[in-house]
Design a protein around this ligand. Structure first.
Ligand SMILES: C[S@@+](CC[C@H](N)C(=O)[O-])C[C@H]1O[C@@H](n2cnc3c(N)ncnc32)[C@H](O)[C@@H]1O
Length: 272
């Protein structure tokens, strides 16, 4: 594993995560009750606009029950479970963090989705799959932790079938310095944001054709306004995963977007 991957893994390391999630879940359901994807959404959709963003991207990616999907940098598996339960497709999630994969497996079992959703530890730059193994790839709020973007996009292309869809949801650099600590990095040493133009060039270069390129910055700002004006989040939130200062780091993300330091971008591409 590279130094950067080790540092990123360290950033997302979470001691006793599955046990902490079990305790948080006890506030909403008994241990033998089946949970729904919607119930878990405040906890397990680790990106701006949460489950709404996953649902919008999935609608454009045209998933069906026969689609084989890979979620790269799957976190604790919320997006993967959403895709499998909504479209009936089989989803594999891969993530650098063993603690996240353990929690993802636990939550998937609690949702009764283990027959359709599987997870494994792995690096996005060295995906542990054969060439052309998947019909669709999701990558939500992960690219900003990856310095070798050409390597990342070439690797995604390698494991996609020709004509396969690549759905990405990214933060992009706008104007001025990014304020840290942020949810994905405590400082610039594990943050590798690109401008929108550079992101597009790097995506198209290995052989992807854009079918959706949408600036979601204003939508994200509107979402943050509502989220931050509301009551404090219940016991089930991303603070369980990322620790007590997560609210402050999310506040910095909202500030970066509000002050036009960062933009929010959705895209769907077809592999040539
Ligand atoms: C902000 S979270 C997003 C998680 C998930 N995509 C979601 O939207 O709920 C970023 C995730 O990317 C993972 N990640 C970062 N760099 C990675 C890499 N090189 N390979 C695999 N996963 C990586 C982290 O471990 C973390 O789980």
């Amino acid at each position: 594993m590279t130094d950067i991957a080790s540092k990123v893994r360290e950033h997302y390391s979470a001691t006793n995560l599955t046990d902490r999630i079990k305790s948080a879940l006890a506030t909403i359901a008994l241990e033998d009750q089946t949970l729904t994807v919607a119930q878990l959404a405040p906890l397990d959709q680790f990106h701006t606009r949460g489950i709404l963003a996953t649902a919008e991207l999935a609608a454009v990616a045209r998933l069906e029950s026969s689609t084989r999907v890979l979620d790269v940098g799957c976190g604790i598996g919320g997006p993967a479970r959403y895709l499998a339960s909504t479209f009936g497709c089989k989803v594999t999630g891969v993530d650098l963090s063993p603690g996240f994969i353990d929690a993802a497996n636990y939550l998937t079992d609690r949702c009764g989705l283990s027959d359709r959703v599987a997870f494994q530890v792995g690096d996005a730059l060295h995906l542990p799959f054969e060439d052309e193994a998947f019909d669709a790839v999701f990558l939500q709020h992960v690219a900003m932790n990856i310095e070798d973007r050409p390597g990342l996009y070439a690797e995604v292309r390698r494991i996609l079938k020709p004509g396969g869809r690549f759905a990405t949801y990214d933060l992009v650099l706008r104007d001025g310095d990014v304020v840290y600590p942020a949810p994905w990095a405590r400082d610039a040493s594990t943050s590798f944001l690109l401008s929108e133009g550079d992101t597009r060039t790097m995506l198209e270069q290995p052989g992807f054709r854009v079918i959706l390129w949408r600036d979601d910055t204003q939508t994200a700002l509107d979402w943050f306004k509502v989220a931050m004006a509301g009551a404090p989040p219940s016991g089930l939130n991303l603070g369980v995963v990322m620790g007590p200062d997560f609210a402050a780091r999310t506040g910095n993300l909202a500030r970066n977007i509000r002050e036009n330091r960062l933009g929010v971008l959705s895209s769907v591409l077809i592999r040539d």
